[in-house]
Write a protein that binds this ligand. Structure first.
Ligand SMILES: [Mg+2]
Length: 379
């Protein structure tokens, strides 16, 4: 049977920092802009479980976190380090399953193609111990025959646990959980569901399908299937081929410094290239998106003449688009950047070798710099 081991590193940024500062283990540690240094506008990026015990959580304003846990040690974020360690985790996991799919900087779904439950569980324990002893990282793992269920199980295993959900227990496992446990159900959907009297996954099974459809649209069918214990069908996007892949970074503080922004952009290029390579995807369109500190957005993209997939092309194209955005809309207006993103679209699975494709890519200076440019402003 096919099993998925869903690996999620606990308090990832904090755990990365604790590798360099082992003396802080077991104490409240927060990664984010230190409010004691006057950086009162930012948010918490990651908090150790000892800090969470005081009510600190990620995305919380730093001033509030400081009030809740004045004794915490604050550490500045080092995204290069986190990218490097994320790479270590992926390299560690890849040979330990038939397919290792990274789903975020600190989450990997590891598929075991044809194993029984005891084998999958034993593998999960080995991986958890290995991550701890070799990479010095704590992880929570979910083990299930469905990837979504494995992800939900990894959440329930936090921190430092392993939760296995055998196929015949999926429905019972999911029933008492909040609808928020389902990936894809955000606060807004949860709110609409609550208004309709649906707060747990069990409520889903009892609700009339028509009412569900009215609340969550076409997604309802998949949710009902999941609540009944059936694996989620491969999404239509998977079948038709993926439409786009992105990498985005919300900055700790709004930044107006060009070198820092270029460094972030380079990291995003590397991250996106890696995930495209792992999925065997080539791209034809690159788009750079910026969300400014005033919450307006700018986005520019360019479609290449042929499919590409190497980091050089993506990075060069992203850098060019970014330079245009910065020169025209950032610098002259003294704007600060809040979020940066790179999207690769017009994706094709597999295809001829990257080398032969690269030769056809038109990234010479003659090409028009942007085919699509768009600036959105909130009403
Ligand atoms: Mg995590």
């Amino acid at each position: 049977m096919r099993w998925t081991i869903y690996v999620d590193i606990d308090a990832f940024y904090v755990s990365c920092e604790l590798r360099d500062r082992p003396e802080l283990a077991g104490t409240p540690v927060i990664v984010g802009p230190d409010p004691k240094l006057g950086r009162t506008r930012g948010v918490v990026l990651s908090a150790s479980y000892e800090a969470r015990a005081f009510g600190v959580h990620s995305a919380q304003p730093v001033a509030q976190a400081d009030r809740l846990c004045p004794a915490a040690t604050w550490l500045p974020a080092d995204f290069r380090k986190y990218g490097r360690i994320s790479e270590e985790v992926r390299a560690y996991l890849a040979p330990r399953g038939d397919r290792a799919q990274p789903l975020s900087i600190d989450e990997v779904a590891l598929e075991l193609a044809d194993v029984d439950q005891p084998t999958a569980e034993a593998r999960a324990r080995e991986i958890q111990q290995g991550l701890r002893s070799e990479l010095r990282l704590p992880a929570s793992l979910g083990v299930a025959t469905d990837r979504t269920v494995a992800k939900i199980a990894s959440d329930r295993a936090k921190p430092g646990g392993i939760v296995t959900v055998p196929p015949d227990q999926i429905a019972a496992f999911l029933a008492p959980l909040s609808v928020r446990a389902i990936p894809g159900v955000g606060p807004k959907t949860a709110e609409r569901l609550a208004v309709a009297g649906i707060t747990t996954i069990a409520d889903f099974r009892r609700a009339p399908p028509g009412r569900l459809r009215a609340v969550v649209g076409g997604f309802s069918h998949e949710l009902i299937r999941l609540a009944e214990g059936h694996p989620l069908p491969r999404s239509t996007a998977d079948e038709a081929g993926p439409r786009s892949r992105s990498a985005a970074r919300t900055l700790v503080e709004d930044i107006d410094a060009a070198p820092e922004l270029r460094a972030v952009l380079e990291e995003l290029s590397a991250e996106l290239t890696r995930s495209l390579r792992e999925e065997g995807l080539t791209f034809q369109t690159v788009t750079v998106g910026v969300r400014w500190s005033d919450f307006t957005r700018t986005q520019r993209g360019r479609t290449l003449r042929a499919m590409a997939r190497t980091e050089g092309t993506l990075a060069a194209e992203a850098a060019r688009l970014w330079a245009a955005i910065w020169a025209e809309e950032g610098l002259p207006q003294h704007r600060r950047v809040r979020t940066l993103s790179i999207t690769a679209s017009h994706l094709t699975p597999g295809g001829p070798s990257a080398r032969s494709l690269e030769m056809f890519v038109d990234d010479g200076p003659r090409a028009p710099p942007h085919r699509a440019a768009r600036t959105e402003r909130p009403p």
